[in-house]
Design a protein around this ligand. Structure first.
Ligand SMILES: Cc1ncc(COP(=O)(O)O)c(C=O)c1O
Length: 326
């Protein structure tokens, strides 16, 4: 029986287990730096990343206003996590999904997508900014034109993305009992950053928001180059970014992000994803900017288990450094 026959249960079905993720104090690493650092562990969401929050909100809104029904096919472009979150929800809703990916995606993410029954469409040509996003979006348009009853969730511009992510900051306020002095967020669509920025504004919190982007991304500086860590950076401008909402941005190289992951594994015994590692690298770069005893919240979007064949694989690290040197 289609879940659409009992609409009141859809909200419960989709929202189950989303959010209220743990906030963990990183004890050993930052004591020496005289900072109180907390990581919001978004890998605790059902599909393993922060994107469960936005995917759920987008689908529920579209179902409630009639844009998605039991005949719909869901289309999205994704570096991995958004696709996995949507594919899981589509499985619950018994809807087909097409996820447009590119060669940055890792094999593990592809396996997860397939396990949820998603149709994978891979774009292989780089766009003019050395990334794939421009071409992924062209492919999305092609699918919308050809697949009947298709609906694009549009994680790059759907306002529900930002609304969903406001909750992250509200949870941190509740968990800490106070606003953190600083918050670091990795950027790609900038939807997470924007939601948190809006929540900081709405709660009149003194928190300074710092965006952490990949070297070679065009979000903050126009110096495009190839990048290898999925999830971070963009080769296309963000519709969500409001520069006045952030205190500053910090750029992190692929290698620095990998080092950040290794440091956390060594000192905290945790496997974190590449963009989480980038936050650790950024925090080290900012250690003379952030005052002693400051409280700092980091958003860890996903876990390192997704990157065992890449970030935690010496051979892959060697291969990407050879490509950079070539
Ligand atoms: C692992 C990871 N980190 C960071 C981000 C960036 O989030 P946003 O797209 O909201 O800027 C993403 C987005 O896909 C991601 O998958």
């Amino acid at each position: 029986m289609s879940v659409f026959t009992s609409k009141e249960n859809i909200t419960d079905l989709l929202e189950r287990g989303i959010g209220n993720t743990p906030l963990l104090k990183l004890q050993s690493l930052f004591a020496r730096l005289n900072m109180h650092v907390y990581a919001k562990m978004e890998m605790g969401n059902p599909s393993g990343s922060v994107k469960d929050r936005s995917a759920t909100r987008i689908l529920l809104e579209a179902i409630h206003n009639g844009e998605i029904n039991s005949e719909s096919t869901i289309i999205e472009s994704s570096s991995g996590n958004m696709g996995i979150a949507l594919a899981r929800l589509c499985k619950l809703l018994q809807l087909p999904s097409y996820i447009v990916v590119d060669p940055y995606i890792n094999q593990h993410a592809k396996k997860l997508l397939r396990s949820y029954g998603a149709n994978l469409v891979e774009v292989t040509e780089r766009d003019k900014n050395q990334g794939y996003l421009g071409n992924r979006l062209k492919k999305v348009q092609e699918l919308l034109d050809t697949v009947p009853n298709s609906y694009w969730t549009n994680q790059y511009g759907n306002p529900n993305v930002c609304i969903a992510h406001q909750r992250i900051f509200q949870e941190i306020l509740e968990q800490l009992g106070a606003a953190p002095d600083y918050m670091l967020v990795a950027t790609s669509t900038c939807g997470t950053l924007r939601g948190i920025a809006d929540a900081i504004e709405m709660s009149s919190s003194p928190t300074k928001l710092i965006a952490v982007d990949a070297e070679g991304s065009i979000l903050f500086e126009n110096q495009p180059k190839a990048r290898h860590i999925p999830g971070m950076g963009a080769s296309h401008p963000s519709a969500f970014l409001r520069r006045y909402q952030i205190d500053r941005y910090t750029l992190v190289s692929d290698y620095e992000a990998i080092q950040g992951c290794q440091i956390i594994q060594e000192h905290e015994g945790m496997l974190i994803g590449g963009s989480s590692g980038a936050l650790i690298a950024a925090l080290h770069k900012l250690k003379d900017y952030i005052p002693a005893n400051a409280s700092v919240a980091l958003l860890f979007p996903d876990s390192g288990e997704r990157y065992l064949d890449t970030i935690y694989n010496d051979l892959w690290i060697q291969q990407i450094s050879e490509k950079v040197m070539a």
